[in-house]
Write a protein that binds this ligand. Structure first.
Ligand code: MLT
Ligand code: ZN
Length: 461
């Protein structure tokens, strides 16, 4: 451990677990973007809140940049450490601290995996409804830092809706106990909500109290084949009018083909241009009949070419895999990911313009479209051709993102719906947030983190 700053850290915090092993630097210095070369100063694994506070006091005094680290499943570079930062992994702080049956809350440490939260809630007969494909690897702290969304937002909203309280250590090492699980609290600024989605720029979450709810009703899972993009929002409107949706997810034929190449099963005899996985409450015969009626109405209108209703849990999982397996199936192409949103009501108009724009802009690249269409959130993944040069590919993608940002500004949309701004979307933050708003964000960050040590260079920095 040769860096003199690390020696002072050792002296200040002799019990702190630290590593400068090349394999640790490589592993903890990157996230799922795989675009930056990891180059952290070291990796630290605090064991408790006291160690996080002491670590941040030291970093503040020494002016050492910190990258908070959860499951590093992020897709915007928010957890990348490529400039000599100290990565603070919350991996060792991964316990359930308590369950309150009256408040229906679960209090957890930040390093716990989303799947483990689901399991802990289920053990009490309850449900934590934020859910997405990376559930086994992502951590609660990371989902809070990005206000993560996922596949159930249409029913339950984003992470923000489910945080009853937060403990946050600021850039000076101060510990804030925010909202303390209260349902009603009209006592000034709600700093909890400022911290949610702040991408590690205001502090490190060291504890979260999560709201739980009843488990969902038994659901029907349906895979629909669609002839065109244009009918997508009509199919959505038809289903939403007749059933209580739990999810409504879309993907293109090439997305399905990638998943099938990785072992997914296509239940149709023929390939179709577009697909939807819909899931809706089907606790009784009337709800099941309503789903079938929606399907028949769409088929009669020519909006749906074919459909499969899952007959078992296993088949429902197979259908879900066709949508959820896309990220993993295309990962080897290190896709450039756009994660955009518009109001659901503006989606049809936005889709038509985006399709025309991207069709012209990306003639040489394979583009996989998928996403949470019922929330107005679209993922546009541009696959990097084998053997092409990284810098050239990224340059072209950035140019097109500039065009897309213009289109989003016209439609009142956002350049990041649920992945965060991080490093990848930083140049286009101004298409979604006004200059005064960004200036205020900077000012708030200076209050929480006067030495600018928390995740510097990201978001607006
Ligand atoms: C998803 O919806 O599958 C996630 O946001 C991940 C991704 O966009 O690849
Ligand atoms: Zn998503």
């Amino acid at each position: 451990m040769t860096d003199p700053r690390l020696e002072t850290l050792r002296q200040a915090l002799p019990t702190l677990r630290l590593s400068v092993e090349p394999s640790d630097l490589e592993h903890y210095g990157r996230d799922w973007t795989r675009r930056w070369t990891p180059a952290p100063l070291a990796i630290a694994w605090p064991a408790d809140t006291g160690e996080v506070q002491a670590l941040l006091r030291w970093a503040h005094a020494q002016r050492v940049a910190i990258v908070p680290s959860g499951g590093r499943t992020g897709l915007s570079g928010g957890a990348v450490a490529a400039h000599g930062e100290l990565v603070v992994s919350l991996e060792r702080m991964s316990r359930v601290l308590g369950f309150d049956p009256v408040d229906r809350t679960l209090t957890v440490q930040p390093g716990i995996a989303l799947q483990a939260v689901h399991d802990a809630a289920a053990a009490h007969g309850l449900h934590y409804p934020v859910d997405f494909g990376a559930r086994g690897s992502c951590t609660i702290g990371g989902t809070i830092a990005t206000n993560a969304g996922g596949i159930r937002v249409i029913r339950y909203g984003n992470t923000r809706e489910w945080i009853a309280g937060l403990k946050l250590v600021t850039g000076t090492g101060a510990l804030l106990d925010l909202n303390r699980g209260l349902v009603k609290n009209s006592s000034g600024y709600d700093l909890r909500h400022l911290a949610i989605g702040s991408e590690g720029s205001l502090g490190l979450v060291v504890e979260a109290t999560l709201k739980l709810t009843e488990p969902p009703l038994p659901a029907q899972t349906l895979l629909l084949a669609l002839p065109s993009f244009e009918v997508l929002m009509q199919v959505f409107a038809e289903f939403r009018a007749r059933v209580r949706l739990q999810a409504f997810e879309f993907f293109t034929a090439n997305g399905l083909a990638h998943v099938v190449a990785h072992g997914g099963v296509d239940p149709f005899d023929a390939r179709h241009p577009y697909y939807v996985v819909a899931e809706y409450d089907a606790g009784d015969d009337a709800q099941q009949a309503a789903g079938l009626a929606a399907f028949e109405a769409c088929a009669e209108a020519g909006w749906v070419l074919d459909g499969v209703i899952a007959q078992s849990q296993a088949q429902a999982r197979q259908l879900w895999r066709l949508r959820e397996g896309i990220t993993e199936a295309v990962a080897r192409y290190r896709p450039y990911k756009n994660d955009v949103s518009v109001r659901v009501g503006a989606m049809a108009a936005f889709l038509a313009r985006a399709q025309a724009l991207l069709g012209d802009a990306y003639p040489d690249f394979e583009v996989v479209w998928f996403g949470h269409i019922g929330d107005g959130n679209l993922h546009i993944n541009v696959l990097q051709p084998d053997g092409s040069d990284d810098a050239g590919f990224m340059r072209q993608c950035a140019q097109v993102t500039g065009l897309l940002a213009g289109l989003l500004a016209e439609h009142g949309g956002s350049i990041s719906a649920e992945h965060g701004i991080g490093l990848v979307k930083k140049p286009w933050l101004g298409s979604t947030r006004g200059a005064e708003e960004i200036a205020l964000m900077r000012g708030m960050r200076a209050v929480f983190d006067p030495a600018r040590i928390l995740n510097p260079g990201k978001l607006f920095d």
